[in-house]
Design a protein around this ligand. Structure first.
Ligand code: SF4
Length: 392
């Protein structure tokens, strides 16, 4: 008999959990923590009514996007939910919406700005909603790496590939250098195409997605992959390592998915006999190897939709999504892979007070927190995004 409960149990609400939820802020050092105007108090009992009224007043002028990892209090106001690429596409499919309010993180809002019309304004309700993974690859660092490849005479063999979870600057770099953007759903197709264009891939910024795709889906050896560390001279790699590598992985990772460990998998298998372990490919290589299933956020949602009643699932992805899926499928035993909380702290900065503030500012005729990508960067980023859309 499987020893699990069929109802969702919130992981312990520790001080760490509160900090991860974005309540512990340092306005002196964090951008965007202060909002111009009055940010409603989280305890305001009228927040839902205020958001409803502001959204109704704006009507079709506003389109609200909600990422799967977003809080429930915000998701309830989303016109559409999805992963980062689906949301950018949805924004592009609404040319009549004057304002795109993006309840996600900074790089996602940038992608929406790149794909929407110039007159549409993309708004991020809290500018502090960044992404630790995207922030791990800074354009200057990436250009320094590329100069090293040029000095070694290998740059002509290297195809840059960047995960969707990267800044517009990095997508622009990749477009300028004849590379491609990928998502966690099409990473293998992007790598297949890239290895037809050159003999090496420079994969940014998520080492785990790059390694997992190359080794588990394409049959590469771990030895074919090297890790470029931007904080070490020369990336911490010898000339010979760079010459012989097939996959040059940037040293970046997701601070949410990177927290799951092989011990999390062992522990849940002992605790819940017969459990299916389902993880995102941003997880570490040993975790993905130990899992039963691996796939993107959309894959995870579909897998749980299709799972038989009574089956047990330990899911290694962001907690807000796992909790919503557990509540949506009370006939299945869906649990978080780890015992401790694992919210995306930056995504969770977009809370209901910030959404209310952004919507009410729009109603008042002020346009707050607009995310704009300069035209040159946007053009090059579109080249890399278009290449992704053209993948065979
Ligand atoms: S879950 Fe990870 S990759 Fe996604 S926004 Fe948060 S830190 Fe970035």
């Amino acid at each position: 008999m499987t020893d699990v409960t069929s109802t969702w149990t919130e992981p312990s609400n520790t001080a760490t959990a509160l900090l991860l939820l974005g309540r512990g802020s340092d306005p002196a050092s964090e951008r965007g923590v202060d909002c111009p105007g009055d940010l409603p108090a989280p305890s305001d009992p009228d927040l839902v009514a205020r958001a409803t009224a502001a959204k109704a007043a704006l009507g079709d002028r506003v389109f609200v996007l909600g990422h799967h990892y977003q809080r429930d209090e915000v998701i309830q106001f989303a016109d559409v939910t999805g992963d980062s690429f689906k949301l950018a596409q949805q924004a592009a499919a609404r040319p009549g919406a004057e304002f795109i309010v993006f309840c996600g993180v900074h790089f996602m809002a940038e992608s929406a700005d790149i794909l929407t019309k110039p007159e549409q304004k993309v708004i991020l309700p809290d500018l502090a909603a960044g992404c630790s993974m995207a922030d791990m690859a800074v354009l200057g660092q990436v250009e320094t790496a590329w100069e090293r490849f040029e000095d070694l005479g290998i740059a002509g063999d290297v195809v840059p590939v960047t995960y969707m979870n990267s800044s517009a600057d990095i997508k622009g770099f990749v477009g300028r250098n004849k590379g491609v953007v990928c998502t966690s759903s099409n990473a293998k197709r992007a790598l297949d195409w890239s290895f037809e264009q050159g003999s090496k891939v420079f994969f940014l910024p998520d080492q785990h997605l790059g390694r997992n795709t190359a080794v588990l889906e394409m049959g590469f050896d771990l030895d074919d992959c090297v890790l470029y560390d931007p904080h070490k001279p020369g990336g911490g790699l010898t000339d010979e390592q760079l010459r012989s590598a097939r996959m040059i992985l940037w040293r970046g990772h997701c601070s949410v998915h990177g927290r799951f460990t092989i011990d999390s998998v062992r522990e849940v298998r002992e605790r819940v006999p017969g459990v299916n372990v389902l993880v995102h490919p941003e997880c570490r290589h040993d975790v993905v190897r130990a899992a039963d299933y691996v796939g993107s956020t959309e894959y995870i949602i579909k897998a749980l939709d299709a799972a038989p009643a009574g089956s047990a699932w330990a899911v290694g992805t962001e907690l807000n999504l796992v909790r919503r899926l557990a509540l949506a499928h009370p006939d299945k035993q869906i649990m978080f892979l780890d015992r401790t909380v694992c919210y995306c702290s930056t995504m969770n900065r977009i809370d209901l007070p910030h959404l209310v503030w952004a919507l009410e500012e729009l109603v008042a005729g002020r346009v707050p927190n607009v995310i704009t990508v300069d035209e040159d960067t946007a053009h090059n980023a579109r080249v890399a995004l278009d290449q992704m859309l053209a993948l065979p």
